[in-house]
Design a binder for this molecule. Structure first.
Ligand code: MN
Length: 227
């Protein structure tokens, strides 16, 4: 694994491998973090090294293939980072209800926290094959939005900012839940780290939002109405 600047590295989990049980077992978390996530990091770095070398050598590789593979692997790394950190053991504040900015955002968009949970769960339950349930923020409408990201990088919109993710690839639950994905999706609510999701919301709605608006306004000369 490359640790040098300009490359990806696997982050340590912000809790112990056994700390998310019974949502996910220690065995599953080790396989998922040390195995799957590490592989995305390694493959993304290998592609970056390949592109670096081709530029030095003046050669041209299969760019369609390499850039798609880089999006898949770098996307996998980014989403897993977000996934690990938007969970916490119950003993460290995982689960329960959101507060602060994220609570207000969800209430305004979905009408209630319960309705948001129902919609997010349905999005997760209905992912076909490999994908993610993702809560994003649209910077133009000021509205949170639910999305299904296929693999790690498809059906996603560049520029949307991620508030919360749930990995619903089979590798994320099969060892513990077998084919009962809905049970895994339901148990996720017991470990959501709402403090972290709220920090993301604060960050997105703070300086980044102001900068985004400036860029959009100068590009379009439109004033985005405040909801
Ligand atoms: Mn995964």
């Amino acid at each position: 694994m490359s640790e040098s600047k300009g490359f990806y590295s696997l982050p340590a989990l912000p809790y112990g491998y056994g700390d998310l049980a019974p949502f996910i077992s220690e065995q599953l978390l080790r396989v998922h973090h040390d195995g799957h996530h590490q592989k995305y990091v390694n493959q993304a770095n290998a592609l970056l090294e390949k592109l670096d070398k081709a530029r030095v050598d003046g050669t041209m590789g299969p760019m369609k293939c390499d850039t798609q593979a880089l999006a898949f692997n770098a996307g996998g790394h980014y989403l897993h980072q977000l996934y690990w950190s938007n969970m916490a053991p119950a003993s460290s504040g995982g689960g329960g209800k959101p507060g602060g900015t994220i609570a207000d955002l969800l209430e305004q968009e979905f009408g209630s926290f319960e309705r948001f949970k129902q919609e997010f769960t349905e999005v997760a339950n209905s992912v076909e094959s490999s994908g993610w349930a993702v809560l994003v923020m649209c910077m133009q409408t000021d509205r949170p939005m639910l999305m299904q990201v296929k693999d790690h990088h498809l059906y996603s919109i560049p520029g949307f900012r991620v508030l919360m993710v749930l990995d619903v690839w089979e590798h994320a639950y099969y060892l513990d839940y077998r084919n009962e994905k809905a049970k895994y999706n339901k148990a996720f609510w017991d470990v959501v780290n709402w403090d972290e999701v709220d920090r993301r919301a604060e960050k997105i709605l703070g300086t980044e939002k102001v900068e985004s608006r400036k860029a959009v306004n100068s590009a379009t000369a439109h004033v985005i109405p405040k909801r």
